[in-house]
Design a protein around this ligand. Structure first.
Ligand SMILES: C[S@@+](CC[C@H](N)C(=O)[O-])C[C@H]1O[C@@H](n2cnc3c(N)ncnc32)[C@H](O)[C@@H]1O
Length: 228
Protein backbone atom coordinates (compact mmCIF):
# COMPACT_ATOMS: atom_id res chain seq x y z
CA UNK A 1 0.00 0.00 0.00
CA UNK A 2 1.40 3.43 -0.92
CA UNK A 3 1.58 6.29 1.58
CA UNK A 4 -1.31 8.05 -0.20
CA UNK A 5 -3.44 4.87 -0.02
CA UNK A 6 -2.71 4.66 3.71
CA UNK A 7 -3.72 8.31 4.15
CA UNK A 8 -6.97 7.69 2.23
CA UNK A 9 -7.80 4.62 4.31
CA UNK A 10 -7.13 6.59 7.52
CA UNK A 11 -9.34 9.47 6.32
CA UNK A 12 -12.26 7.07 5.78
CA UNK A 13 -11.66 5.31 9.08
CA UNK A 14 -11.62 8.53 11.12
CA UNK A 15 -14.58 10.04 9.25
CA UNK A 16 -16.61 6.98 10.33
CA UNK A 17 -15.50 7.14 13.98
CA UNK A 18 -16.19 10.88 14.10
CA UNK A 19 -19.66 10.42 12.65
CA UNK A 20 -20.41 7.72 15.23
CA UNK A 21 -18.93 9.35 18.35
CA UNK A 22 -18.40 13.09 17.70
CA UNK A 23 -15.84 15.35 19.39
CA UNK A 24 -14.45 12.90 21.97
CA UNK A 25 -11.53 10.46 22.34
CA UNK A 26 -13.74 7.75 20.78
CA UNK A 27 -14.61 10.10 17.92
CA UNK A 28 -10.91 10.22 17.01
CA UNK A 29 -10.58 6.50 17.82
CA UNK A 30 -7.72 7.14 20.20
CA UNK A 31 -8.85 5.29 23.31
CA UNK A 32 -12.06 5.91 25.22
CA UNK A 33 -10.59 7.35 28.40
CA UNK A 34 -10.52 11.19 28.56
CA UNK A 35 -7.71 11.11 31.15
CA UNK A 36 -5.51 9.09 28.80
CA UNK A 37 -6.29 11.55 26.03
CA UNK A 38 -5.19 14.46 28.23
CA UNK A 39 -1.99 12.63 29.12
CA UNK A 40 -1.20 12.21 25.42
CA UNK A 41 -1.96 15.85 24.69
CA UNK A 42 0.32 16.95 27.54
CA UNK A 43 3.11 14.73 26.16
CA UNK A 44 2.72 16.59 22.85
CA UNK A 45 2.73 20.06 24.43
CA UNK A 46 5.88 19.16 26.40
CA UNK A 47 7.82 19.62 23.16
CA UNK A 48 7.51 23.40 23.63
CA UNK A 49 9.58 23.34 26.83
CA UNK A 50 12.70 23.99 24.77
CA UNK A 51 11.41 27.51 24.29
CA UNK A 52 11.54 29.84 21.29
CA UNK A 53 13.76 32.79 20.44
CA UNK A 54 13.29 35.65 22.94
CA UNK A 55 10.46 38.02 22.17
CA UNK A 56 8.65 35.76 19.71
CA UNK A 57 5.42 33.84 20.25
CA UNK A 58 5.43 30.06 19.96
CA UNK A 59 3.94 28.64 16.78
CA UNK A 60 2.78 25.05 16.56
CA UNK A 61 1.43 22.88 13.73
CA UNK A 62 -0.83 20.05 14.92
CA UNK A 63 -0.71 17.27 12.33
CA UNK A 64 -3.82 15.08 12.38
CA UNK A 65 -5.47 17.67 14.61
CA UNK A 66 -8.90 15.99 14.67
CA UNK A 67 -11.58 18.21 16.18
CA UNK A 68 -8.97 20.42 17.89
CA UNK A 69 -8.40 18.74 21.25
CA UNK A 70 -4.78 19.93 21.47
CA UNK A 71 -5.87 23.53 21.10
CA UNK A 72 -8.51 22.95 23.83
CA UNK A 73 -5.78 21.61 26.09
CA UNK A 74 -3.29 24.41 25.46
CA UNK A 75 -5.99 26.99 26.25
CA UNK A 76 -7.04 25.08 29.39
CA UNK A 77 -3.50 25.06 30.78
CA UNK A 78 -2.76 28.64 29.71
CA UNK A 79 -0.10 27.84 27.13
CA UNK A 80 -0.26 30.57 24.47
CA UNK A 81 0.33 29.23 20.95
CA UNK A 82 0.03 30.51 17.42
CA UNK A 83 -1.79 27.34 16.48
CA UNK A 84 -2.44 25.71 13.09
CA UNK A 85 -4.29 22.41 12.75
CA UNK A 86 -4.20 20.14 9.70
CA UNK A 87 -6.24 16.98 9.19
CA UNK A 88 -7.12 14.86 6.18
CA UNK A 89 -10.66 14.24 7.46
CA UNK A 90 -12.86 17.15 6.32
CA UNK A 91 -15.76 16.69 8.79
CA UNK A 92 -13.22 16.70 11.61
CA UNK A 93 -11.65 19.97 10.38
CA UNK A 94 -15.07 21.56 9.90
CA UNK A 95 -15.96 20.75 13.53
CA UNK A 96 -12.60 22.14 14.68
CA UNK A 97 -13.22 25.36 12.72
CA UNK A 98 -16.63 25.80 14.29
CA UNK A 99 -15.26 25.18 17.79
CA UNK A 100 -12.31 27.60 17.34
CA UNK A 101 -13.04 30.00 14.45
CA UNK A 102 -10.00 32.17 15.20
CA UNK A 103 -7.41 29.42 14.78
CA UNK A 104 -6.02 28.38 11.39
CA UNK A 105 -7.30 25.05 10.02
CA UNK A 106 -6.44 23.09 6.88
CA UNK A 107 -8.17 20.04 5.43
CA UNK A 108 -5.33 18.18 3.72
CA UNK A 109 -3.06 15.16 3.76
CA UNK A 110 0.09 16.34 5.54
CA UNK A 111 2.22 14.35 3.09
CA UNK A 112 0.96 16.28 0.08
CA UNK A 113 -0.12 19.55 1.73
CA UNK A 114 0.59 22.61 -0.41
CA UNK A 115 1.84 24.61 2.61
CA UNK A 116 5.56 24.98 3.26
CA UNK A 117 5.05 27.40 6.18
CA UNK A 118 7.42 26.67 9.02
CA UNK A 119 6.36 26.50 12.67
CA UNK A 120 8.49 26.39 15.82
CA UNK A 121 7.00 23.01 16.69
CA UNK A 122 5.18 20.33 14.72
CA UNK A 123 3.36 17.60 16.64
CA UNK A 124 1.35 14.51 15.75
CA UNK A 125 -0.84 12.75 18.30
CA UNK A 126 -2.22 9.47 16.98
CA UNK A 127 -1.73 9.18 13.21
CA UNK A 128 0.70 6.29 13.66
CA UNK A 129 -1.72 4.02 15.51
CA UNK A 130 -4.12 2.37 13.07
CA UNK A 131 -2.56 0.39 10.29
CA UNK A 132 -5.92 -0.91 9.04
CA UNK A 133 -5.10 -3.06 5.98
CA UNK A 134 -1.52 -1.87 5.48
CA UNK A 135 1.45 -4.14 6.08
CA UNK A 136 4.00 -3.39 8.81
CA UNK A 137 6.57 -2.63 6.11
CA UNK A 138 4.20 -0.13 4.44
CA UNK A 139 3.52 1.52 7.78
CA UNK A 140 7.26 1.79 8.43
CA UNK A 141 7.56 3.72 5.14
CA UNK A 142 4.53 5.86 6.04
CA UNK A 143 6.11 6.69 9.43
CA UNK A 144 9.38 7.72 7.79
CA UNK A 145 7.59 9.94 5.27
CA UNK A 146 5.51 11.53 8.02
CA UNK A 147 8.48 12.22 10.31
CA UNK A 148 10.56 13.65 7.46
CA UNK A 149 7.69 15.91 6.41
CA UNK A 150 7.05 17.09 9.99
CA UNK A 151 10.73 17.83 10.55
CA UNK A 152 10.95 19.80 7.30
CA UNK A 153 8.17 22.08 8.60
CA UNK A 154 9.68 22.78 12.05
CA UNK A 155 12.05 25.51 13.17
CA UNK A 156 12.81 24.00 16.60
CA UNK A 157 11.47 20.45 16.91
CA UNK A 158 8.76 17.85 16.55
CA UNK A 159 6.89 15.35 18.74
CA UNK A 160 4.91 12.26 17.76
CA UNK A 161 3.69 9.10 19.44
CA UNK A 162 3.74 5.46 18.43
CA UNK A 163 2.54 2.28 20.12
CA UNK A 164 5.38 0.32 21.64
CA UNK A 165 6.41 -3.21 20.70
CA UNK A 166 6.82 -3.86 24.46
CA UNK A 167 3.26 -5.11 24.94
CA UNK A 168 1.74 -8.36 26.12
CA UNK A 169 -0.72 -8.64 23.25
CA UNK A 170 -1.12 -7.10 19.81
CA UNK A 171 -4.20 -6.36 17.71
CA UNK A 172 -3.90 -7.00 13.96
CA UNK A 173 -5.29 -3.57 12.99
CA UNK A 174 -2.76 -1.59 15.07
CA UNK A 175 0.83 -0.52 14.40
CA UNK A 176 3.55 -1.22 16.98
CA UNK A 177 7.11 0.03 16.59
CA UNK A 178 10.21 -1.09 18.44
CA UNK A 179 11.45 2.02 20.33
CA UNK A 180 15.17 1.19 20.16
CA UNK A 181 15.01 0.71 16.38
CA UNK A 182 13.01 3.88 15.88
CA UNK A 183 15.41 5.87 18.07
CA UNK A 184 18.35 4.63 15.98
CA UNK A 185 16.59 5.62 12.74
CA UNK A 186 15.69 9.09 14.06
CA UNK A 187 19.28 9.71 15.17
CA UNK A 188 20.85 8.57 11.92
CA UNK A 189 18.31 10.08 9.50
CA UNK A 190 16.77 13.15 11.18
CA UNK A 191 18.81 14.63 14.06
CA UNK A 192 20.94 13.41 16.93
CA UNK A 193 19.01 15.67 19.36
CA UNK A 194 16.33 13.15 20.33
CA UNK A 195 14.37 12.37 23.49
CA UNK A 196 12.32 9.17 23.65
CA UNK A 197 9.79 9.11 26.50
CA UNK A 198 8.70 5.52 27.17
CA UNK A 199 8.01 6.28 30.86
CA UNK A 200 4.31 7.02 31.11
CA UNK A 201 1.50 4.58 31.81
CA UNK A 202 0.27 3.84 28.28
CA UNK A 203 1.42 1.20 25.76
CA UNK A 204 3.12 3.82 23.62
CA UNK A 205 5.92 6.35 23.69
CA UNK A 206 6.53 9.90 22.52
CA UNK A 207 9.54 10.86 20.44
CA UNK A 208 10.89 14.43 20.50
CA UNK A 209 13.37 15.43 17.79
CA UNK A 210 15.02 18.83 17.78
CA UNK A 211 17.09 20.66 15.24
CA UNK A 212 20.80 20.56 16.00
CA UNK A 213 20.74 24.35 16.51
CA UNK A 214 17.54 24.42 18.63
CA UNK A 215 17.58 26.47 21.88
CA UNK A 216 19.78 24.81 24.51
CA UNK A 217 21.61 22.54 22.07
CA UNK A 218 24.80 24.58 21.72
CA UNK A 219 27.87 22.79 23.00
CA UNK A 220 29.16 24.06 26.32
CA UNK A 221 26.01 25.98 27.27
CA UNK A 222 25.43 23.91 30.41
CA UNK A 223 29.06 23.22 31.24
CA UNK A 224 30.16 26.12 33.41
CA UNK A 225 32.85 24.44 35.53
CA UNK A 226 36.51 24.67 34.46
CA UNK A 227 39.16 22.00 34.67
CA UNK A 228 40.69 21.65 38.15
C1 LIG B 1 -6.08 9.24 16.39
S1 LIG B 1 -6.75 10.65 15.57
C2 LIG B 1 -6.12 11.91 16.68
C3 LIG B 1 -6.76 13.27 16.52
C4 LIG B 1 -6.18 14.36 17.42
N1 LIG B 1 -4.73 14.47 17.24
C5 LIG B 1 -6.52 14.15 18.87
O1 LIG B 1 -5.66 13.72 19.61
O2 LIG B 1 -7.67 14.41 19.26
C6 LIG B 1 -5.69 10.79 14.14
C7 LIG B 1 -6.09 11.90 13.19
O3 LIG B 1 -5.11 11.95 12.14
C8 LIG B 1 -5.77 12.26 10.93
N2 LIG B 1 -4.90 11.82 9.81
C9 LIG B 1 -4.61 10.54 9.44
N3 LIG B 1 -3.78 10.54 8.38
C10 LIG B 1 -3.52 11.84 8.08
C11 LIG B 1 -2.72 12.47 7.09
N4 LIG B 1 -2.02 11.77 6.20
N5 LIG B 1 -2.68 13.83 7.06
C12 LIG B 1 -3.40 14.56 7.96
N6 LIG B 1 -4.18 14.01 8.92
C13 LIG B 1 -4.24 12.66 8.99
C14 LIG B 1 -7.09 11.51 11.02
O4 LIG B 1 -8.07 12.03 10.16
C15 LIG B 1 -7.43 11.69 12.51
O5 LIG B 1 -8.25 12.83 12.73
Amino acid sequence: MSTSDISKALAEHYAASFEAHGASPRGVDWGSNPQEHLLRLDRMLAVTQRGTPAGSSTSLLDVGCGFGSLLDRSLAIGLPLVYTGIDICEPMVEAARQRHPNARWMASDILTAPTRDQHDYVVCNGILTQKLGASIRDMDQFLKALVRQMFSLCKVGIAFNVMTSHVNFTAPNLYYRNPAELLAWCMSEISTKVILDHAYPLFEYTVYIYREDAPGMQYGLHHTGGAA
